[in-house]
Ligand binder design. Structure first.
Ligand code: NAG
Length: 291
Protein backbone atom coordinates (compact mmCIF):
# COMPACT_ATOMS: atom_id res chain seq x y z
CA UNK A 1 0.00 0.00 0.00
CA UNK A 2 1.37 3.44 -0.82
CA UNK A 3 1.90 5.70 2.15
CA UNK A 4 -0.30 8.40 0.69
CA UNK A 5 -3.29 6.19 1.43
CA UNK A 6 -2.09 5.16 4.90
CA UNK A 7 -4.23 7.12 7.34
CA UNK A 8 -3.00 5.34 10.46
CA UNK A 9 -1.84 7.53 13.30
CA UNK A 10 1.03 7.39 15.77
CA UNK A 11 0.69 9.70 18.79
CA UNK A 12 2.95 10.38 21.77
CA UNK A 13 2.44 12.42 24.92
CA UNK A 14 5.35 14.67 25.88
CA UNK A 15 6.11 17.25 28.54
CA UNK A 16 4.42 16.04 31.71
CA UNK A 17 7.55 14.56 33.25
CA UNK A 18 9.66 17.65 32.53
CA UNK A 19 12.49 15.71 30.84
CA UNK A 20 15.08 17.23 28.48
CA UNK A 21 13.61 15.39 25.47
CA UNK A 22 13.15 17.51 22.33
CA UNK A 23 10.36 16.97 19.81
CA UNK A 24 12.95 16.33 17.12
CA UNK A 25 14.52 13.46 19.14
CA UNK A 26 11.74 10.95 18.45
CA UNK A 27 12.08 9.10 15.12
CA UNK A 28 9.30 9.72 12.59
CA UNK A 29 8.65 6.87 10.14
CA UNK A 30 7.89 8.46 6.75
CA UNK A 31 5.25 5.83 6.00
CA UNK A 32 2.83 6.35 8.88
CA UNK A 33 -0.24 8.40 7.99
CA UNK A 34 -0.01 10.93 10.78
CA UNK A 35 2.41 11.64 13.64
CA UNK A 36 1.03 13.58 16.60
CA UNK A 37 2.80 14.95 19.66
CA UNK A 38 0.47 15.72 22.56
CA UNK A 39 1.85 18.41 24.89
CA UNK A 40 0.93 17.54 28.47
CA UNK A 41 -0.84 19.21 30.19
CA UNK A 42 -2.82 22.41 30.11
CA UNK A 43 -4.41 22.74 33.56
CA UNK A 44 -6.98 25.07 35.08
CA UNK A 45 -5.08 25.36 38.35
CA UNK A 46 -2.69 27.80 39.93
CA UNK A 47 0.86 26.42 39.84
CA UNK A 48 2.85 28.99 41.81
CA UNK A 49 2.19 27.93 45.39
CA UNK A 50 2.31 24.70 47.35
CA UNK A 51 -1.49 24.36 47.50
CA UNK A 52 -2.66 24.62 43.88
CA UNK A 53 -6.17 26.03 43.47
CA UNK A 54 -8.61 25.45 40.59
CA UNK A 55 -9.20 28.44 38.27
CA UNK A 56 -12.58 27.56 36.72
CA UNK A 57 -11.48 26.87 33.14
CA UNK A 58 -8.62 29.37 32.89
CA UNK A 59 -6.01 27.06 31.40
CA UNK A 60 -2.26 27.50 31.24
CA UNK A 61 0.55 25.11 30.26
CA UNK A 62 2.12 23.04 33.05
CA UNK A 63 4.93 21.72 30.82
CA UNK A 64 8.30 23.48 30.81
CA UNK A 65 7.42 26.47 28.61
CA UNK A 66 11.07 27.47 28.26
CA UNK A 67 11.80 24.04 26.73
CA UNK A 68 8.66 23.17 24.73
CA UNK A 69 8.21 26.60 23.14
CA UNK A 70 6.16 27.78 20.14
CA UNK A 71 9.50 27.86 18.28
CA UNK A 72 10.17 24.19 19.16
CA UNK A 73 6.72 23.25 17.82
CA UNK A 74 7.39 25.23 14.63
CA UNK A 75 10.83 23.62 14.28
CA UNK A 76 9.37 20.12 14.55
CA UNK A 77 6.75 20.90 11.89
CA UNK A 78 9.34 22.51 9.60
CA UNK A 79 11.43 19.35 9.82
CA UNK A 80 8.42 17.24 8.78
CA UNK A 81 6.49 19.22 6.16
CA UNK A 82 3.38 17.72 4.56
CA UNK A 83 3.91 16.08 1.20
CA UNK A 84 3.80 12.82 -0.75
CA UNK A 85 5.30 9.94 1.26
CA UNK A 86 5.36 12.03 4.42
CA UNK A 87 3.20 11.74 7.52
CA UNK A 88 1.17 14.71 8.65
CA UNK A 89 3.17 16.00 11.64
CA UNK A 90 0.79 17.66 14.07
CA UNK A 91 0.97 18.88 17.68
CA UNK A 92 -1.89 18.84 20.20
CA UNK A 93 -2.48 20.01 23.74
CA UNK A 94 -3.83 17.66 26.39
CA UNK A 95 -6.11 19.04 29.08
CA UNK A 96 -6.12 17.83 32.69
CA UNK A 97 -3.85 14.93 33.58
CA UNK A 98 -3.45 13.27 36.94
CA UNK A 99 -1.75 15.89 39.10
CA UNK A 100 -0.43 19.43 39.40
CA UNK A 101 3.32 18.75 39.49
CA UNK A 102 2.53 15.70 41.66
CA UNK A 103 1.41 18.10 44.43
CA UNK A 104 -2.37 17.78 44.08
CA UNK A 105 -4.91 15.92 41.97
CA UNK A 106 -6.23 17.86 38.98
CA UNK A 107 -9.96 17.86 39.65
CA UNK A 108 -12.62 18.72 37.10
CA UNK A 109 -14.27 21.36 39.27
CA UNK A 110 -16.17 24.08 37.39
CA UNK A 111 -17.93 26.81 39.37
CA UNK A 112 -20.80 26.57 36.89
CA UNK A 113 -21.26 25.31 33.35
CA UNK A 114 -21.47 28.60 31.43
CA UNK A 115 -18.53 30.36 33.08
CA UNK A 116 -16.27 27.28 32.86
CA UNK A 117 -17.02 26.77 29.16
CA UNK A 118 -16.51 30.47 28.39
CA UNK A 119 -13.16 30.58 30.22
CA UNK A 120 -12.00 27.26 28.76
CA UNK A 121 -12.79 28.24 25.17
CA UNK A 122 -10.94 31.55 25.54
CA UNK A 123 -7.87 30.26 27.38
CA UNK A 124 -7.39 27.10 25.28
CA UNK A 125 -7.88 29.09 22.06
CA UNK A 126 -5.06 31.40 23.22
CA UNK A 127 -2.73 28.43 23.86
CA UNK A 128 -3.68 26.89 20.48
CA UNK A 129 -2.89 30.18 18.74
CA UNK A 130 0.35 30.84 20.67
CA UNK A 131 1.77 27.41 19.86
CA UNK A 132 0.05 26.97 16.47
CA UNK A 133 -1.48 23.71 17.67
CA UNK A 134 -3.67 21.34 15.67
CA UNK A 135 -5.78 19.63 18.28
CA UNK A 136 -7.01 19.08 21.83
CA UNK A 137 -7.04 15.94 23.99
CA UNK A 138 -9.23 15.63 27.10
CA UNK A 139 -7.57 13.73 29.96
CA UNK A 140 -9.29 14.70 33.22
CA UNK A 141 -8.82 11.82 35.67
CA UNK A 142 -10.46 13.19 38.85
CA UNK A 143 -13.89 14.78 39.17
CA UNK A 144 -15.80 16.95 41.61
CA UNK A 145 -18.96 16.80 39.44
CA UNK A 146 -21.17 14.07 38.08
CA UNK A 147 -20.80 12.65 34.55
CA UNK A 148 -23.70 14.76 33.22
CA UNK A 149 -21.95 18.04 34.11
CA UNK A 150 -18.63 16.80 32.67
CA UNK A 151 -20.45 15.76 29.50
CA UNK A 152 -22.12 19.15 28.99
CA UNK A 153 -18.98 21.20 29.73
CA UNK A 154 -16.55 19.13 27.64
CA UNK A 155 -19.08 18.57 24.84
CA UNK A 156 -19.71 22.30 24.55
CA UNK A 157 -15.97 23.05 24.77
CA UNK A 158 -15.06 20.66 21.93
CA UNK A 159 -17.98 21.85 19.82
CA UNK A 160 -16.97 25.52 20.20
CA UNK A 161 -13.26 24.87 19.62
CA UNK A 162 -14.02 22.92 16.43
CA UNK A 163 -16.30 25.75 15.25
CA UNK A 164 -13.51 28.27 15.82
CA UNK A 165 -10.82 26.18 14.12
CA UNK A 166 -12.08 23.91 11.34
CA UNK A 167 -9.94 20.77 11.10
CA UNK A 168 -9.09 20.82 14.82
CA UNK A 169 -8.27 17.23 15.88
CA UNK A 170 -9.91 16.08 19.13
CA UNK A 171 -9.47 13.07 21.40
CA UNK A 172 -10.41 11.74 24.83
CA UNK A 173 -8.26 9.63 27.17
CA UNK A 174 -10.37 7.39 29.42
CA UNK A 175 -9.21 4.41 31.47
CA UNK A 176 -11.05 1.86 33.55
CA UNK A 177 -11.49 4.11 36.63
CA UNK A 178 -12.77 7.11 34.62
CA UNK A 179 -14.56 5.49 31.70
CA UNK A 180 -18.11 6.12 32.96
CA UNK A 181 -17.54 9.89 32.53
CA UNK A 182 -16.14 9.40 29.04
CA UNK A 183 -18.81 6.92 27.91
CA UNK A 184 -21.42 9.54 28.86
CA UNK A 185 -19.48 12.17 26.87
CA UNK A 186 -19.05 9.79 23.92
CA UNK A 187 -22.73 8.89 23.82
CA UNK A 188 -23.78 12.55 23.51
CA UNK A 189 -20.87 14.14 21.66
CA UNK A 190 -19.16 11.48 19.52
CA UNK A 191 -19.62 13.73 16.48
CA UNK A 192 -16.91 16.08 17.85
CA UNK A 193 -14.46 13.35 19.02
CA UNK A 194 -11.94 12.09 16.45
CA UNK A 195 -9.88 9.59 18.50
CA UNK A 196 -10.25 7.60 21.70
CA UNK A 197 -6.87 7.33 23.48
CA UNK A 198 -8.04 4.57 25.81
CA UNK A 199 -5.27 4.04 28.39
CA UNK A 200 -5.06 0.25 28.01
CA UNK A 201 -1.69 0.21 29.82
CA UNK A 202 -3.56 1.07 33.05
CA UNK A 203 -4.90 -2.50 33.28
CA UNK A 204 -1.81 -3.53 35.21
CA UNK A 205 1.38 -5.53 35.11
CA UNK A 206 -0.15 -9.02 35.03
CA UNK A 207 -2.10 -8.25 31.80
CA UNK A 208 -1.31 -10.75 29.02
CA UNK A 209 -1.48 -10.06 25.27
CA UNK A 210 -4.75 -12.03 25.13
CA UNK A 211 -6.19 -9.97 28.02
CA UNK A 212 -5.13 -6.80 26.21
CA UNK A 213 -6.88 -7.86 23.00
CA UNK A 214 -10.04 -8.65 24.98
CA UNK A 215 -9.92 -5.21 26.66
CA UNK A 216 -9.41 -3.58 23.26
CA UNK A 217 -12.41 -5.37 21.78
CA UNK A 218 -14.59 -4.37 24.75
CA UNK A 219 -13.85 -0.70 24.18
CA UNK A 220 -13.69 -0.64 20.35
CA UNK A 221 -16.76 -2.83 19.75
CA UNK A 222 -18.71 -1.86 22.86
CA UNK A 223 -18.30 1.31 24.91
CA UNK A 224 -16.76 3.41 22.13
CA UNK A 225 -18.13 1.53 19.11
CA UNK A 226 -17.85 3.53 15.91
CA UNK A 227 -14.87 5.49 17.23
CA UNK A 228 -11.21 5.41 16.23
CA UNK A 229 -10.03 3.57 19.33
CA UNK A 230 -6.23 3.57 19.50
CA UNK A 231 -4.04 0.99 21.20
CA UNK A 232 -1.81 2.27 24.00
CA UNK A 233 1.77 1.60 25.09
CA UNK A 234 3.45 2.97 28.21
CA UNK A 235 7.25 2.90 27.93
CA UNK A 236 7.76 3.19 31.67
CA UNK A 237 8.97 -0.43 31.72
CA UNK A 238 11.04 -0.30 34.93
CA UNK A 239 8.43 1.60 36.92
CA UNK A 240 7.19 0.61 40.31
CA UNK A 241 3.77 1.68 39.05
CA UNK A 242 1.38 -1.04 37.97
CA UNK A 243 1.15 -0.78 34.17
CA UNK A 244 1.09 -3.21 31.25
CA UNK A 245 4.58 -4.28 30.18
CA UNK A 246 5.40 -2.46 26.91
CA UNK A 247 6.60 -5.71 25.29
CA UNK A 248 3.22 -7.32 26.05
CA UNK A 249 1.36 -4.26 24.70
CA UNK A 250 3.47 -4.27 21.52
CA UNK A 251 2.81 -7.99 21.04
CA UNK A 252 -0.96 -7.38 21.41
CA UNK A 253 -0.71 -4.54 18.88
CA UNK A 254 0.99 -6.83 16.37
CA UNK A 255 -1.85 -9.36 16.78
CA UNK A 256 -4.51 -6.65 16.44
CA UNK A 257 -2.51 -4.90 13.77
CA UNK A 258 -4.80 -4.56 10.75
CA UNK A 259 -7.70 -3.53 12.96
CA UNK A 260 -5.90 -0.64 14.65
CA UNK A 261 -6.52 2.93 13.43
CA UNK A 262 -3.36 3.81 15.35
CA UNK A 263 -1.29 3.55 18.53
CA UNK A 264 -0.51 6.15 21.18
CA UNK A 265 2.42 6.24 23.61
CA UNK A 266 2.95 7.52 27.14
CA UNK A 267 5.53 9.04 26.92
CA UNK A 268 8.51 10.62 25.17
CA UNK A 269 9.77 11.73 28.59
CA UNK A 270 9.69 8.18 29.98
CA UNK A 271 11.50 6.79 26.92
CA UNK A 272 14.10 9.53 27.17
CA UNK A 273 14.60 9.09 30.92
CA UNK A 274 15.06 5.34 30.54
CA UNK A 275 17.46 5.80 27.65
CA UNK A 276 15.56 3.36 25.44
CA UNK A 277 16.59 4.96 22.15
CA UNK A 278 12.87 5.21 21.27
CA UNK A 279 12.92 1.59 20.10
CA UNK A 280 9.29 0.93 21.12
CA UNK A 281 8.20 4.03 19.20
CA UNK A 282 10.14 2.89 16.13
CA UNK A 283 8.70 -0.66 16.26
CA UNK A 284 5.12 0.57 16.66
CA UNK A 285 5.48 2.98 13.76
CA UNK A 286 6.99 0.23 11.58
CA UNK A 287 3.92 -1.87 12.34
CA UNK A 288 1.57 0.98 11.37
CA UNK A 289 3.60 1.80 8.26
CA UNK A 290 3.48 -1.77 7.00
CA UNK A 291 -0.28 -1.76 6.67
C1 NAG B 1 17.29 19.74 23.21
O1 NAG B 1 17.66 20.90 22.48
C2 NAG B 1 18.44 21.82 23.21
C3 NAG B 1 18.58 23.07 22.36
O2 NAG B 1 19.06 22.74 21.07
C4 NAG B 1 19.76 21.17 23.58
O3 NAG B 1 20.56 22.07 24.34
C5 NAG B 1 19.50 19.92 24.39
O4 NAG B 1 20.69 19.24 24.65
C6 NAG B 1 18.53 18.99 23.64
N1 NAG B 1 18.18 17.86 24.48
C7 NAG B 1 18.60 16.62 24.22
C8 NAG B 1 18.11 15.58 25.17
O5 NAG B 1 19.30 16.34 23.27
Amino acid sequence: MSSSTNRRVFREYVGAQQSAVNLTDVPVNPNVGEFHFILSFAIDYTTSDSAPQPTNGNFSPSWNTRHHTPEAVAGFKRRHPDGPNKPKARVMVSVGGDSVMERANVLFSPVDEDSWVRNAVESLSAIINDYNLDGVDIDYEHFRTDAAMFTRCIGRLLTELKARKPGLITSIAPYSDTESYYISLWNEYKNVIDYVNYQFYAYGRDTTDQDYIRYYNTQANGNFAGGSVLAAINTNSQAVINIVNPDVALQACSELNQRLPGIFFWSADASHNQNQGFTYEARAQQMLANN
